[in-house]
Ligand binder design. Structure first.
Ligand SMILES: Nc1ncnc2c1ncn2[C@@H]1O[C@H](COP(=O)(O)OP(=O)(O)OP(=O)(O)O)[C@@H](O)[C@H]1O
Ligand SMILES: [Mg+2]
Length: 262
């Protein structure tokens, strides 16, 4: 099993869309896919539990939620492990876990975090033979849910928007205290940063200018294909449409010209 974290400490740039569409795509290729929703907004869980046509697959919840997984993991709670599965968000992670980490004394805080990391590590080990791909959706913050995922995961992908404001999020995700480079250096040398993927791209002077600035600052970290070509996702209503309906872009494309183009 490979574990891919989709993260950036900036809201609304397409993390959940990318997680869900990658999950549906990978499952359609025949891979066994598990999605872990570490965001209290529960957007990915909701989108994966919807379906639009009879051909769409609904993700099956495992027997524990994201908070239970990190704070009270017990392998007996997992239940059956279907080929398209979800550790659903429960809206309680910030209250039960992140806030606790902020208010308690550092020692207690550390033991809490180690416990969560140990739980997550055991969980990934327990399900590793049952899945080919584990995708993790994250909140728009670089908090300890994200750090733990980076410490235990294999790879990271970060959607970005081409705007002035997104540059801060890029720096934080890459070089911040809990950034990819820091965690790679300190605790997970094998962690692979696939790159920043510009999403909702529009061909206008503002976005072109932002892309130039981002390329100047972190050009070597932009996602490229095997031919070293820069990868982008354009802004197309079909991405949002697929998410809202609970289907894949490919499935939508069968009957919808705009989705096919997207
Ligand atoms: N390329 C795109 N074109 C058009 N709409 C998009 C595209 N990518 C994402 N969207 C839509 O933009 C909205 C925000 O995307 P999404 O919820 O995936 O962002 P997010 O990074 O997960 O946000 P949050 O930080 O709040 O979790 C959603 O309605 C989504 O469907
Ligand atoms: Mg999201």
């Amino acid at each position: 099993m490979k574990t891919l974290l989709v993260t950036i400490s900036k809201g609304g740039v397409g993390k959940s869309m990318l997680t869900c569409q990658l999950a549906r795509y990978a499952h359609a290729l025949g891979l066994r896919v598990l999605v872990v929703d570490f965001d209290d907004q529960i957007n990915a869980s909701r989108a994966l539990e919807r379906k639009y046509t009879d051909n769409d697959v609904v993700a099956t919840r495992l027997g524990l939620t994201a908070t239970e997984l990190l704070l009270r993991y017990n392998p007996d709670d997992l239940g059956p492990l279907p080929d398209f599965a979800l550790v659903a968000g429960d809206g309680a992670l910030v209250r039960e876990f992140v806030e606790f980490a902020r208010i308690t004394d550092p020692e207690q805080n550390h033991s809490h975090m180690y416990m969560a990391q140990a739980n997550f590590s055991s969980f990934l080990g327990d399900v590793a033979n049952h899945y080919d791909l584990c995708l993790i959706d994250s909140p728009p913050a670089a908090d300890i849910r994200v750090s733990i995922s980076m410490m235990e995961g294999d790879a990271v992908l970060s959607p970005i928007q081409l705007s002035q404001e997104s540059i801060e999020g890029i720096a934080e995700t890459l070089q911040g205290q809990r950034g990819i480079l820091r965690i790679k250096a300190s605790s997970n040398p094998d962690l692979q940063f696939l790159g920043f993927l510009p999403n909702m791209v529009e061909s206008n002077p503002k976005q072109r200018e932002a892309l130039r600035e981002i390329a100047d600052a972190v050009g070597q970290f932009l996602l490229r294909n095997e031919d070293e070509e820069l990868q982008i996702l354009p802004r197309r209503a079909a991405f949002a449409d697929a998410q809202e309906k609970g289907t894949s872009l490919a499935s939508l494309a069968k009957t919808n010209t705009a989705a096919r183009e997207a």
